[in-house]
Write a protein that binds this ligand. Structure first.
Ligand SMILES: *Cc1c(COP(=O)(O)O)cnc(C)c1O
Length: 345
């Protein structure tokens, strides 16, 4: 078996949810979009439900349908993209709650599924999803009569504690929603860490559950071990990989590992990523190819059987840094080819 190996620590995941729940003023939901941030939506969501989560969020209705199959009837599943054309049967069949983003979506929802629950998403300045001030002013009298389950918005800069956008969006959210009796939600992971005035009734953490920044105190959830397919010795001056982008400046030993950009280890990591053999650092050399990466293991005493990318000596955000991206992208890019093993559930 040569596939990369992901170990997902469901105990650490549950711990992270509970730690964010302990910080949250009200109810703590869980965001499991994009296949549970790449780690496997069904096992991740089951572990979160066991830890106490009752309200889940996904990006699109199709994700909600699989989540309903995994979790059964007793939890609430909310869909950020709202009620799109073609979603009606999915929403009805899997009892999903669309977060309505526009007057158009509200009309579609009222026509197609009268009496079916819905929430409302407001845009407080991010200019991405949800109703803005004027549209909401028009729609609110009708929408509020139908008793939405939740009114929510999303912060654009919550990972930067001192960013003035945070206070601005908080103020806009108050102005758009003060006085309503519907539960309100504004904070994702970053917003939880900004403090209680950002929490309202429901918080919606994602990345922090999976061990990523900005939740610095998170326990590590994922470990990635990659089997070495072959090791070879190079003379000084020999070259490695596509484009001959690396040349040995000394006699070198190169390990070829079974993982590549098709597995989400993006090509921008070429020559920048560091792998580990236990606690010893081994630099990636040459270009990342589709299914393979070459690593300089010259300084190890023994040729390794496997190397670790994400693990005890390097978290997902450190790996992201080498690739010029964020932990979110590393996690959600993890492809279908890994074998995923769940421990601690
Ligand atoms: C992805 C997302 C979240 C979760 O955000 P994290 O930063 O991963 O905690 C919450 N709310 C909305 C609207 C989102 O799109």
């Amino acid at each position: 078996m040569s596939t990369g190996h992901l170990t997902v620590d469901l105990g650490a995941l549950a711990h992270n949810w509970q730690a964010l729940d302990a910080k949250s003023a009200g109810e703590t939901a869980a965001v499991v979009k994009a296949n549970g941030y790449g780690l496997g939506a069904a096992p991740v969501a089951k572990a979160l439900a066991k830890a106490g989560a009752r309200r889940f969020f996904v990006a699109v209705a199709e994700e909600g349908v699989s989540l309903r199959t995994a979790l059964g009837p007793d939890v609430e599943i909310n869909v950020f993209s709202g009620h799109m054309i073609g979603d009606t049967e999915l929403i009805r069949g899997a009892h999903l709650i669309p977060m309505i983003n526009s007057a158009e979506q509200l009309n579609r929802h009222m026509d197609a599924l009268p009496g079916h629950p819905f929430g409302v998403q407001l845009d407080t300045g991010m200019n991405r999803l949800g109703m803005e001030w004027d549209e909401w002013a028009e729609v609110a009298p009708i929408a509020m009569q139908l008793r939405p389950t939740l009114v929510m918005s999303h912060l654009a800069c919550a990972d930067e504690t001192d960013h003035p956008m945070n206070a601005y969006q908080l103020d806009v959210f108050h102005k758009m929603t003060d006085g309503i009796s519907t539960p309100r939600s504004l904070a994702a992971t970053g917003g939880i860490l900004l403090g209680k005035k950002y929490h309202f009734d429901v918080t919606r953490p994602g990345i922090g559950l999976y061990g990523g920044l900005p939740f610095r105190d998170a326990h590590a959830v994922v470990r990635m071990d990659l089997p070495v397919i072959q090791t070879r010795d190079l003379k000084k001056g020999e070259v490695v990989g596509y484009g001959n982008s690396w040349q040995a400046s000394r006699p070198s030993r190169i390990a070829t590992i079974s993982v590549g950009y098709a597995d989400g280890l993006i090509r921008a990591m070429s020559g920048k990523a560091t792998f580990f053999a236990d606690n010893r650092m081994c630099p990636a050399v040459g270009r990342v190819s589709m299914d393979l990466i070459t690593v300089d293991v010259t300084d190890l005493n023994e040729p390794p059987e496997a190397l670790t990318l994400v693990g005890p000596y390097q978290g997902v955000d450190k790996v992201a840094e080498a690739a010029g991206t964020i932990g979110y992208e590393i996690l959600t890019s993890l492809g279908a080819r890994y074998s995923r093993h769940y421990v601690g559930g």
